[in-house]
Design a protein around this ligand. Structure first.
Ligand code: PLP
Length: 375
């Protein structure tokens, strides 16, 4: 059997990783400034994470959601405390798309409506309603196009009010900082206006924090920079530091009932342990504060590079916009400088999404590699 060939691959085969360093099968070392699409939050193979997961594996790795699992309640409590979201309940699942799928479904159950408002250049995943709310024709199959989704631009105040008034909208879904799209973010005023109109018209506001959450933006959630309170928050990626896990934070105003949502694997013992370990390290090592500080340091350094036309993002969710498409630059950074970076839907944006443990000297190393390749 061969693999279903959907991924264009770089010619690198990682065999081990520690912190922000990846080692390939020839012993070459690479600096990881991308974390496999923003997944590595506390660094590869963090000792506390390894110890926690190994110990848990020796006890019990999995049982389904038909029995009690105190790790889930511990996780919900710790997450509520660290994120300052104690007015929410937690549903655990397995990926970002699944988190958004459940969020949209809940919004539809809650309002008994079905149209969704999403935003230009959004990315919310590849499953049914999540992909329909993703602004990319190419990954929407005819079956997904049956969903009713209206795409609006950030800052289109008038368009937003016209659409939300129509009384058929169940949810507004947005990334506080767009990831795949290329690091655009709505203004605080637009964000607050959306939140106010959602309240006024009884529409569920979903903050997709799959990429920006868990401290990456320099606060626990990126929407917290704007002082609003979404009805639902979705999480994944950095949450498990590589363990496949996702979650939905649901405001207590939205009531649960048996059977409303469900999953076989979601919230299993190993997944909960991985997330608990991530939360413990984020707290113990002050990593959210570090993300904030390193983001400022990065921007100061990027300002000095004339080829950089725009510096985008917050904390350690960053993008550098150039006047040229960055695909070749990314290749040269990998093969010549041994540095992993990311691309975006906006082909001119280089994405930088390192572990939140990164230090100034690592960013200095990145900038000298970048300058070498820009010469
Ligand atoms: N939402 C956002 C903002 C994302 O960036 C992604 C993945 O890139 C997803 C959802 C989908 O997550 P997953 O690939 O875990 O399904």
């Amino acid at each position: 059997m061969e693999l279903f060939d959907v991924y264009p691959l770089y010619d690198v085969t990682p065999v081990s990783a520690k912190g922000i360093v990846i080692t390939d099968d020839e012993g070459k070392k690479y600096m990881d400034l991308y974390g496999g699409h923003a997944v590595i939050s506390i660094g590869h193979s963090h000792p506390h994470y390894l110890e926690r997961i190994k110990n848990q594996l020796d006890r019990i790795g999995f049982y389904s959601n038909s029995v009690k699992n105190p790790l889930q309640t511990q996780l919900a409590s710790k997450l509520g405390q660290l994120s300052n979201c104690e007015d929410y309940n937690l549903f655990l699942c397995n990926s970002g798309a699944e988190a958004n799928e459940n969020a949209l479904k809940l919004a539809s159950f809650h309002t008994n409506k079905s149209r969704v408002i999403a935003f230009t250049n959004s990315f919310h995943g590849r499953t049914s309603a999540a992909v329909a709310a993703t602004d990319n024709e190419k990954i929407n199959a005819p079956i997904n196009k049956q969903q009713k989704v209206t795409f609006l631009s950030f800052e289109d105040f008038e368009g937003f009010e016209t659409e939300i008034k129509k009384d058929d909208v169940c949810a507004v879904i947005l990334e506080a900082i767009q990831g795949v799209g290329g690091l655009d973010e709505p203004s605080g005023i637009f964000y607050r206006q959306i939140a106010a109109l959602c309240k006024k018209y009884g529409v569920v506001l979903i903050a997709d924090e799959v990429q920006s959450g868990f401290g990456r933006s320099g606060s626990f959630f990126a929407f917290q920079h704007h002082g609003i309170e979404p009805d639902i928050i979705t999480i994944a990626k950095g949450m498990g530091n590589g363990f496949p896990v996702g979650g939905v934070l649901i405001h207590k105003n939205i009531k649960a009932s048996y059977g409303l949502l469900g999953t076989t694997f979601g919230g299993n013992h190993l997944a909960c342990t991985a997330v608990l370990a991530v939360l413990e390290v984020l707290e113990e090592e002050n990593l959210i504060e570090n993300a904030h500080r390193m983001g400022i340091y990065f921007k100061e350094k990027a300002l000095k590079i004339p080829q950089v036309k725009e510096i985008k993002g917050r904390g350690l969710m960053l993008g550098l916009k150039f006047e040229f498409e960055v695909a070749e630059l990314r290749k040269r950074l990998i093969y010549n400088q041994h540095i992993f970076t990311g691309g975006a839907k906006d082909k001119y944006v280089l994405r930088i999404l390192p572990a939140l443990t990164i230090k100034e000297k690592d960013l200095d190393h990145f900038f000298s590699g970048l300058i070498n390749e820009l010469l």
